[in-house]
Structure formats: structure tokens, C-alpha cells
Design a protein around this ligand. Structure first.
Ligand code: SF4
Ligand code: SF4
Length: 479
């Protein structure tokens, strides 16, 4: 991981002071015997923490309100993986649109990489639902119910008494209730609010599968926020684990200014020993929800929550030093005082991102309301109608309506003489959100056919307006 120069500088300074060699040789959440080291972070406070509260409340409001927003009676977003139906910004997408989904995912990944190369893990600290729920919802409730980090630690270590039973059962009940609400919201994104309402109001026996899904979701959230916590960011989240390959010396991350802070030491020795600005109070470590010491350099466990920035600024106020000993900064900025640079790597990602966005926009704008697939019926070559001087081929037609309204369809030959005869029912109206199939003959005059295979364009019309075209091949006996 980048920032190695900074780490090396700190390491050398430490060694010069004859400190024991323990530089980043362990994980904060695992003790020497390999067991979980429970983190009791001190409650953060400060300017950035307040901003994060406002951002979190806004994002939570969006998350909770969005499933209830309707566009023409339809949800704004729906990710119905069971019915394989997706609604984005009120527009419906089917499995046939999978390449749009793939392209959107690719665009998002490139955006995330670009954003990470430039601004590190800002996403984790400010936007990620895991951090927002953990730090801004469950952790705040925990402080409210249990008191300070020290009280929590002492209570954990102490015997079970009535007070501990009362506080713990209240906490578990509140956490379970919240997990239930969150699971309902996530389910609303998958099955829609109408279906969710049915599951919630009807007897369990009528919606056993939905009820089981809801309880599984609830149990997973309860487990994560009560016990697993920061381990999601440290051992599960692939984004966190990719930091090592995405960050470089110009990435802006939460960083300790070792040039200014080292050698660290107690305030009383600052003048006599010509020490740096870090007074070694350890508050930046105590507030860290992943238990790391940011003074050891950028680490995979850091979720950029900014708690250490606020804590250190608070200490700097007390010792009359400027803010920013821990701040958003790049290694280049700290080591060489260089400002942010739009590097060649960032430029390359930006070009790729713009190209993908352009492609995605074009595909979305030009996407037809009705997707058409025409294929010749398997095993059928051609039929000769000698009396009328035509040759016919039999085709299958598959129409998918990508809107919510019924669309009447007509099909006509483009660029060639001939006629189309639909077998069976003649009405080709496709109901909203549904698909339909039909079989039809194409008859072409013999004199228009010169080759064994003739390529045809078929126009798909609705109310007299051409809405899309489809291509197919017509077979004849001629070579
Ligand atoms: S090092 Fe600082 S920003 Fe990173 S997780 Fe810990 S407290 Fe948050
Ligand atoms: S909070 Fe600031 S002064 Fe205190 S140990 Fe951390 S970096 Fe040093």
C-alpha cells in the first residue's frame, strides 16, 4: 500500500527513540491469542462528525422514503430479482436488458475506482450504508443506552446484575426492532411496498416464504450490528480490501502529518526536547471504530470516518496548535507539500468513465418501448405457392413490452414487396410489462428472389408509427 515512505519515516524515528519494534505487526481487532479484540470507541464529536450526522440523516431519509415514491402509480425503483423485473427511475428493465445492467455496473465500478484513486475511501465514511447504520444509528443508540465507552467496557467485564440485564435486553430489543425495520425497507426495494404490505398484514401462513425471507434479513442485520460490526469493513467488504491497488501517493485520505507530528511526546517535554505537535494523547486511537492508530500510516482498516480528525483537532485546540495534524491529505502533500494533482492515471479513468457514460446514455435514450425478436421456425425451410407465384417462410415473433401501458403492434415488410400473414389471432397488442408470441408467414414474389438467403427488414408499428425495426433472413430455392 502507498504511504510506505511515510511509514518508514515514522518507523525510523521510532527506532531512533529505542521504542519496541511492533510497527503494524498485528491487527487491532485480534488479540495475541487470536480471539476477537472488542473495540470500544470513544464517542466522537466535532465539526466533521456533525457534518456526517447531517449527511447520514439525509441519506437515511432518501433510503426510507424512496420505496414509497410512485411514478404513474409505479415504484421509482424496484429490484425484483424473483420476477426478474427491474424499475429504475420509473422505467422498467427486463432480463433482455442485461447488457444495460452490465454496462451500468461497469460504469459504477469505473466511477468508484476513479473516485477512490482521487479521494480514497470517502465513500466508506460518508455514504456506505454499513458505516451509516453502524456509526450513525446503532452506535449512537448504544451510547445513549449504555453510556460511555469506558462504562460499556466495565459492564462487559463485570458480572451479570439487574442493571446489566435491563440495559442489555433493552439494547437487544431495540437493535432487533431496528434490524426488522431495515429488513422491511430492503425487502420493499425487492418486492415493492404493495407486496410488502400484504406480507405484513396478512396471516403468516399465507406468506410463509416472504415471512421467512424477512426474518432471515432481520437476523443478518441483527448479527452484523450487534456483534460483527467493523469486521464487515475489515474482512468481508471487497471494496475495502482493494484499497491497496487503488490508492497512490496522490490519493487524498485521512492521514497523519508525520512531518509535523513527529517526534511525538508529552506536552511537558515539548520545549525541552524539541518535539513535534503530536502529544501522544492516544485520543485518535481511542475514537477509532476499527481500533487502528492512523499515525502508523494509511491502513486497509481505515473507513475514513474522520473521528480521529475531530479528536485531534480538539486536542490541538487545547495545546494551542493549528488544526490538521490529522486531516484529509495525500502522501505527496504531507511528504513534499505538493497540492492535489490530476495524474495521468486519473485522466485515463476519467476518459473511460466519460466514454461509458456516453454509451449508457445513448443506449437508454434509443432503447425501444417494445423489444422484438424474429426467428425462422426451426425445421422449416420454405414453401412454394405456385398458383400465386410466391414463396413463403414461417417465422416466430417474440415481443416484450418495456413500458407499463398496453401497446398495439403491427408488423410490415420494409424495402421489399410481399405480404405478412399472422397465423391464428391477428391482434398483436402487448400488455404493459408483459411479453407475447406469435407465428406468421412472409410471402415474397418469386421474381424478387435471386439468392438462397435474402435479408429482410421488418418494421414494428404502433398506431401507424414506426417504433423499431427487426432483421431476419428469408430462404428460397434459388442459388
Ligand atoms: S483511522 Fe481515523 S478515519 Fe480511519 S477509521 Fe479510524 S478514526 Fe476513522
Ligand atoms: S489525537 Fe493528535 S495529538 Fe493525540 S495522539 Fe493522536 S495525533 Fe497525536
Amino acid at each position: 500500500m502507498d504511504g510506505q515512505n511515510g511509514f518508514a519515516a515514522i518507523k525510523m524515528k521510532r527506532e531512533n527513540k529505542n521504542r519496541p519494534e511492533s510497527f503494524r505487526d498485528s491487527v487491532a481487532t485480534i488479540d495475541e491469542s487470536g480471539r476477537r479484540n472488542w473495540i470500544y470507541p470513544t464517542k466522537p464529536s466535532g465539526r466533521l462528525y456533525n457534518y456526517r450526522i447531517y449527511v447520514s440523516y439525509l441519506l437515511l431519509a432518501i433510503l426510507f422514503v424512496t420505496p414509497f415514491i410512485r411514478v404513474n402509480g409505479r415504484p421509482l425503483f424496484l429490484f425484483d430479482i424473483i420476477e426478474r423485473k427491474f424499475i429504475l427511475f420509473g422505467k422498467i428493465f427486463w432480463p433482455q436488458d442485461f447488457f444495460i445492467f452490465g454496462l451500468t455496473m461497469l460504469t459504477l465500478i469505473i466511477f468508484l475506482v476513479l473516485f477512490t484513486v482521487a479521494f480514497g475511501r470517502i465513500f466508506c465514511g460518508w455514504i456506505c450504508p454499513q458505516t451509516i447504520f453502524m456509526e450513525m444509528v446503532f452506535r449512537r443508540i448504544e451510547y445513549w443506552l449504555e453510556g460511555s465507552a469506558t462504562k460499556m467496557r466495565l459492564r462487559d467485564q463485570g458480572p451479570w446484575n439487574w442493571e446489566k440485564i435491563r440495559i442489555r435486553t433493552t439494547k437487544w430489543a431495540v437493535f432487533f426492532g431496528l434490524s426488522f425495520i431495515i429488513s422491511n425497507i430492503f425487502l420493499a426495494y425487492i418486492i415493492g411496498t404493495d407486496q410488502l404490505y400484504k406480507i405484513v398484514t396478512a396471516p403468516v401462513s399465507q406468506h410463509l416464504t416472504g415471512f421467512i425471507a424477512m426474518m432471515i434479513f432481520t437476523a443478518v442485520f441483527f448479527f452484523i450490528y450487534l456483534w460483527f460490526r467493523e469486521q464487515i469493513c475489515i474482512v468481508v467488504c471487497p471494496y475495502g480490501r482493494l484499497q491497496g491497488v487503488m490508492l497512490d501517493r496522490n490519493s487524498i485520505v485521512v492521514a497523519y502529518d508525520y512531518e509535523r507530528g513527529e517526534p511525538r511526546g508529552k506536552v511537558s517535554k515539548k520545549e525541552s526536547e524539541n518535539l513535534g505537535d503530536c502529544i501522544d494523547c492516544n485520543l485518535c486511537v481511542k475514537v477509532c471504530p476499527t481500533g487502528i492508530d492512523i499515525r502508523n500510516g494509511t491502513q486497509m482498516e481505515c473507513v475514513n470516518c474522520t473521528a480521529c480528525i475531530d479528536a485531534c483537532d480538539h486536542i490541538m485546540d487545547k495545546v494551542n496548535r493549528p488544526h490538521g495534524l490529522i486531516r484529509y491529505a495525500s502522501e505527496e502533500n504531507i511528504a513534499n507539500n505538493n497540492p492535489f494533482k490530476f495524474s495521468a492515471r486519473l485522466k485515463a479513468y476519467s476518459v473511460a468513465l466519460l466514454a461509458l457514460l456516453g454509451m449508457l446514455t445513448f443506449i437508454l435514450i434509443s432503447r425501444p418501448d417494445v423489444e422484438t425478436r424474429i426467428m425462422r421456425v426451426a425445421g422449416q425451410l420454405y414453401q412454394i405457392q405456385e398458383e400465386e407465384g410466391t414463396i413463403s417462410n414461417l417465422f416466430n415473433l417474440h415481443l416484450v413490452n418495456k413500458t407499463f401501458r398496453d401497446i398495439p403492434i403491427e408488423i410490415k415488410l420494409l424495402d421489399t414487396e410481399g405480404r405478412i400473414d399472422i397465423v391464428g389471432k391477428k391482434d398483436l397488442t402487448v400488455k404493459g410489462e408483459e411479453s407475447t408470441q406469435a407465428t406468421f408467414f412472409i410471402y415474397l414474389p418469386v421474381e424478387t428472389l435471386e439468392r438462397r438467403s435474402t435479408s429482410l427488414r421488418i418494421g414494428i408499428y404502433s398506431k401507424g408509427e414506426l417504433i423499431s425495426t427487426a432483421k431476419t433472413n428469408f430462404l428460397s430455392p434459388f442459388n
